[in-house]
Design a protein around this ligand. Structure first.
Ligand SMILES: Nc1ncnc2c1ncn2[C@@H]1O[C@H](COP(=O)(O)OP(=O)(O)OP(=O)(O)O)[C@@H](O)[C@H]1O
Length: 400
């Protein structure tokens, strides 16, 4: 017989993911039974169809129960205890095995919590450096509507900052809602760090994502900035002892450390958005989505938030998506996705995108201010191109 290999936190995570999957099947099949019964009461379907769904539900229930009853961590602890009984406290090996027993106890305790939570605490591993892969993605709100997202394919690497631009109604919000799992694709799929997102792992896949919305006022719950950042952490059941440090670190990243005891509603728009970014950062997402996060801010607030985004980009620790109407912002990005009528019509660096200004105008997009100045200078015979900022443009002119 092969020797029993002690289990680790890796197996605990796999156990949670599996529980989540079985629980999802169970919930889904129970919903099907409820819908079938309602339809049967209106004589829209036969009793045989209801019975078929009831059978599926029973199978899903048995599968879930089997998984719960076959808790491998019970056996694991038994093995560890048996191993420990072979040594006396005077043996050096005793304390080594004692650590194994402690780990086995921890895993068993955690597995029981996971069973109560029905596996929701599981985490997907990063299987690839591609943060987001979108394949043949299509979505329409109703079967007789045109596709709001129509055959989008794209791959974005970890650490990149991607701006998503497009005229009103081009499909930017719909695309972001699919990425965050609010809308289910009509066809096609997305992968997050190599994990194909399905309805059963959606809640777990979401842990890779943090979102900052348009209106900062809709995001506050706490009476102080500190409480507000803590809110998400409490939801995730982060140990209270660890929270203080996480909150401080997140607040420092957005230069809001001095404001931890302030009331969120008294802050300026830019400060509020920075707190919203800190709240997202506290949960350590690998991908941050800014959904028109600067559009409601005054110029000062806009700059504050855009500067934080650039600081985050420079660390290369997060992958950033920014849905924006602010064409000047795209100069900060590594890549730009241009959406038009549900299609991704261009994907490239800001320079590549701005090299065809006529095309951008043809789909009703403005040109960044600095690029407009370059264009005006070119018209009077002074060729300067691809400046990332007005300062850079002025430097180039002065060198001529
Ligand atoms: N809830 C909905 N029901 C039906 N159609 C919708 C719905 N939401 C959006 N649409 C349609 O889907 C298409 C894409 O809209 P979407 O909001 O994704 O574009 P957008 O680029 O984000 O626009 P904006 O910049 O104005 O926010 C549009 O034709 C829009 O009318």
């Amino acid at each position: 017989m092969s020797e029993f290999k002690p289990l680790t936190t890796k197996e605990l995570n796999e156990f949670k993911l599996l529980l989540n999957e079985y629980n999802d099947k169970l919930v889904r099949s129970s919903q099907k039974v409820i819908i079938a019964k309602a339809k049967y009461s209106k004589r829209e379907i036969t009793i045989d169809v209801v019975k078929k769904y009831e059978e599926e539900y029973k199978t899903a229930k048995n599968e879930f129960k089997y998984k719960v009853n076959n808790n491998i961590f019970v056996e694991n602890l038994k093995h560890a205890n048996e191993k420990l009984s072979n040594y006396s406290k005077n043996d050096e090996k005793y304390w080594e095995v004692y650590e194994e027993v402690k780990l086995a106890q921890f895993l068993l305790k955690e597995s029981k919590i996971a069973m109560k939570d029905r596996g929701r605490g599981g985490e997907l591993s990063k299987l690839s450096n591609t943060a987001l892969k979108i394949k043949d993605l299509k979505f329409r709100y109703k079967s007789d509507h045109p596709f709001a997202v129509n055959g989008v394919n794209v791959e974005v690497n970890h650490g990149e900052y991607v701006a998503i631009i497009g005229h009103n109604g081009s499909g930017k919000s719909t695309l972001s809602k699919i990425i965050i799992g609010v809308l289910k694709p009509t066809s096609g799929w997305i992968e997050v760090y190599g994990n194909r997102v399905t309805s059963s792992n959606l809640n777990i896949a979401r842990k890779f994502l943090g979102i900052v919305f348009q209106n900062p006022d809709n995001q506050f719950i706490g009476s102080t900035v500190r409480d507000d950042i803590a809110f998400g952490l409490e939801n995730r059941r982060i140990e209270p002892a660890k929270m203080g440090d996480i909150i401080k670190k997140a607040a420092k990243k957005v230069n809001m450390y001095e404001f931890l005891d302030h009331e969120p509603l008294m802050l300026s728009g830019g400060q509020k958005q920075r707190v919203a970014i800190a709240s997202a950062l506290a949960l350590s997402p690998d991908i941050l989505i800014f959904d028109e996060a600067t559009s409601m801010l005054d110029p000062k607030g806009k700059n504050e938030v855009k500067n934080i985004m650039v600081e985050l980009k420079n660390t290369r620790e997060k992958t950033i998506f920014s849905i924006t109407h602010d064409m000047d912002e795209i100069l900060n990005a590594d890549k730009v996705m241009v959406m038009n009528k549900g299609e991704l019509v261009k994907f490239g660096t800001p320079k590549e995108i701005l090299s065809d200004k006529g095309f951008l105008r043809s789909i009703h997009l403005d040109i960044p201010f600095v690029a407009q100045v370059e264009e005006a200078l070119e018209n009077v015979g002074m060729k300067v191109s691809h400046s990332d900022s007005l300062e850079e443009l002025v430097d180039k002119i002065c060198q001529k």
